[in-house]
Design a protein around this ligand. Structure first.
Ligand code: CO8
Length: 316
């Protein structure tokens, strides 16, 4: 049976190697670094390495909350509507990889401080780039690394999610919206096109006609209600930004209580539908489904259901 799909989690493929994951006898901070280092060495080849997610950053804040079960990343350039600069990109990717490497963290929330999620890539930085710059510097592929994070990503979007901001939200697995959420791809109005997966993902989310309308006019933005109706977002949370983020964190905490390897396999199987044709996606799903039968958590989950008790998942 072929189970090792691209991105297949190392600790599922080789659970013994991870048997020593026990933060019990060392401080959580040093534990984080051990796992971050192991993660970078063993399974990720990239130019941005995992960083201690709680290190201090210039353009984001990152912390582990809910008894360390949830990674919370806030874009933090409210004065420019969280425009996504290159420093911001490096920090986002490094913090997400850090969360991905932390064994305690089961899911991650991304949101924005102030009145926007993100109003796009920083146009003041983009303005002076040349075609050669974009080919030589793998900046576009760096953003794409967000979509390679293995743990679930929940975007809590309120205010503008435009251009790269809309694309960043769509790289996440679940989008929750506040009442002021606005999605759009206005790049055409500044003489360019979406470059972080927008042309590919938006059509899958909202259909060809609406995606074309948004991308070709750069206008006709989508509000929170329409985003939910069309399936771009899964739920509208009424109230303040803090309430929206709290709901996203609660959802992340809930997911974090599930069997970690089963969650990662479920995410990879759903994403196979995005990345491949139906037949190939179904094959990948079957492989992951079969792989869950190698998990102790699968036996425990089914036994707990039959015995009418809460499952005690060990992430094995
Ligand atoms: N880049 C840089 N600065 C921005 C951006 C941005 N994308 N968006 C807003 N700002 C800044 C403004 O310049 C302004 O700064 P300042 O006070 O210094 O003048 C501040 O944020 C507040 O913005 P506004 O005064 O414009 O606020 P309004 O409420 O009047 O308008 C809008 C809000 C409608 C969101 C407006 O700011 C706007 O149209 N922003 C640009 C939206 C846009 O075009 N986004 C797409 C950018 S291109 C992109 O994302 C490409 C992605 C793929 C390429 C990947 C390459 C790595």
């Amino acid at each position: 049976m072929e189970v090792v799909a691209p991105g297949f989690p190392e600790f599922v493929a080789n659970p013994r190697r991870n048997a020593g994951f026990s933060p019990g006898n060392i401080s959580s901070r040093s534990c984080r670094w051990i796992h971050s280092t192991r993660f970078v060495r063993s399974s990720v080849v990239s130019s941005i390495g995992a960083r201690d997610p709680e290190a201090s950053y210039e353009t984001i804040t990152a912390e582990v909350v809910e008894s360390k079960s949830v990674g919370l990343l806030m874009l933090n350039r409210p004065q420019v509507l969280n425009a996504l600069s290159e420093v911001c990109m490096r920090e986002v990717v490094a913090a997400l990889k850090g969360f991905d490497a932390l064994p305690e963290v089961g899911a991650i929330v991304i949101s924005g401080k102030g009145k926007a999620f993100a109003a796009g890539v920083d146009i003041k930085e983009l303005k002076n780039k040349t075609m050669v710059d974009l080919f030589v510097n793998p900046v576009l592929d760096q953003w794409n690394q967000v979509s390679r994070i293995r743990k679930p990503l929940i975007a809590a979007v309120n205010g503008y999610a435009l251009g790269g901001g809309c694309e960043l939200a769509m790289m996440c697995d679940i989008i929750l919206v506040g009442e002021k959420a606005v999605f759009g791809q206005p790049e055409i109005k500044i003489g360019t096109i979406p470059g972080m997966g927008g042309t590919q993902r938006l059509i899958r989310e909202v259909g060809k006609s609406r995606a074309m309308e948004m991308i070709l006019t750069g206008e006709r933005f989508m509000d929170a209600k329409e985003a939910c109706q069309r399936g771009l977002a899964s739920r509208l949370i009424e109230g303040t930004n803090e309430e929206l983020v709290a709901e996203a964190v609660a959802m992340a905490k809930n997911i974090s209580g599930m069997s970690r390897p089963a969650v990662i396999m479920a995410k990879a199987a759903v994403n196979a539908a995005y990345e491949s044709h139906l037949e190939e996606g179904v094959k990948r799903e079957q492989a992951f489904f079969g792989a869950t039968f190698g998990l102790e958590d699968r036996s425990e989950g089914m036994a707990a259901f039959i015995e009418k008790r809460k499952p005690n998942f060990q992430n094995k």
